[in-house]
Ligand binder design. Structure first.
Ligand SMILES: Cc1ncc(C[n+]2csc(CCOP(=O)(O)OP(=O)(O)O)c2C)c(N)n1
Ligand SMILES: [Mg+2]
Length: 337
């Protein structure tokens, strides 16, 4: 049994899939960064560069399309992995009418409910009780869904997190709080915002099983997440997992002053943990892939991302007449309420 599992999780085909998916996310995010600088994307935008193993490892640990997932504003990779039309994702990021929210939400409000992805939320910590609600609905209906609730190290300090943890622990909700500890909350380093930087310890007072795992080694991380997801599905209890990763870009696309809060030397050290480079080394060492094959995959994915961008750029902006559509009010705007 254990051997069969190992073969599945470490088969060459699986590792190639991990590689393709992580590289796809990186090239997609890099394209977004370029588009932002060209003025093609407005508002806020936060990329996932450096953290790709986290999205990919979780995606392969859940039942995609069946389980629920909710996150904050680093929300581009999850729908890409779930199979959402990537042009509709890019359109949303670019504010075009072909977007998932018809271009009204932007980068922070990507979602795909049909595939179990509930967004895409901009208020730090605001989505955590919603994650609790998703897990409660599974419990109430008696289905076997697991809810993945992603949150940052900074978000882990918000009051609603503790309220949700209490309810999750009390009512045995099938939710996994995935703390993406990328060491920063905007420009605030972990040790300046957390009374105890060992965030994994926070589960215990709420009677929630918890642990800290490495989120930069996609193979090990995926195995850990698979074990945790299976446990939560079977036991119908919550889990609190601190995922150690690092964001390579600035906090958001407008953050060009990373030197104000971290040194170049520190970044260089962290980039030695690059999940893509780490997997490349494993693929080469195990003779699963050659450098040439990797370059060919990179070219293929870069072309794919270029085509997604071109298609999105051809989508029109929403018409001004739509400005009040899907806004939850029946009050006439001209009456000034
Ligand atoms: C309630 C609230 N306070 C402040 C902000 C501004 N803000 C946006 S992101 C962020 C930092 C969050 O950091 P973290 O949870 O670690 O997530 P990361 O960006 O590292 O993924 C802050 C303070 C906000 N969006 N909402
Ligand atoms: Mg953070």
């Amino acid at each position: 049994m254990a051997k069969a599992k190992l073969e599945k999780t470490e088969s060459p085909a699986m590792l190639e899939e991990f590689y393709r998916e992580m590289l796809y996310i990186r090239r997609f995010e890099e394209k977004c960064n370029v588009a932002y600088r060209l003025g093609k994307i407005g508002g806020y935008m936060h990329t996932y560069v450096g953290m790709e193993a986290t999205a990919v490892g979780i995606h392969h640990a859940i039942r995609p399309g069946h389980d629920y997932m909710i996150t904050a504003y680093r929300d581009h990779p999850q729908p890409l992995l779930l199979g959402t039309d990537p042009v509709s994702v890019m359109c949303e990021i670019m504010g075009r009418s072909g977007g998932l929210s018809r271009g009204k939400g932007g980068s922070m409000h990507v979602y795909d409910i049909e595939r179990g992805f509930y967004g895409g939320w901009g208020i730090v910590g605001g989505h955590i009780p919603l994650g609790g609600g998703l897990a409660f609905s599974s419990k109430y209906r008696g289905d076997d869904r697991v809810t993945i609730c992603l949150l940052g190290d900074g978000a882990a300090n918000q009051g609603v997190v503790f309220e949700t943890m209490n309810m999750a622990g009390l009512w045995d909700l099938p939710i996994i709080f995935c703390i993406e500890n990328n060491e920063f909350a905007m420009g605030t380093r972990l040790e300046y915002h957390a009374a105890d930087t060992e965030l994994y310890k926070r589960g215990e007072p709420f009677n929630i099983k918890s642990e800290r795992i490495d989120g930069m080694d996609v193979i090990e991380f995926h195995k850990d997440m698979e074990r945790i997801v299976n446990w939560v599905r079977k036991e119908q209890k919550p889990y609190w997992v601190e995922i150690m990763n690092y964001r390579f870009n600035g906090h958001g696309a407008a953050d060009n002053d990373r030197e104000l809060y971290r040194t170049k030397a520190e970044e260089a050290e962290a980039m030695k943990r690059d999940p893509i480079a780490r997997l490349e080394k494993i693929l080469l060492d195990r003779n699963i892939m050659t450098r040439e094959k990797m370059e060919a995959i990179d070219e293929e994915l870069s072309d794919k991302v270029d085509a997604i961008y071109e298609a999105a750029d051809a989508s029109p902006f929403p018409d001004a007449s739509e400005v009040y559509d899907n806004v939850y009010t029946d009050i006439e705007p001209e009456k000034g309420h």
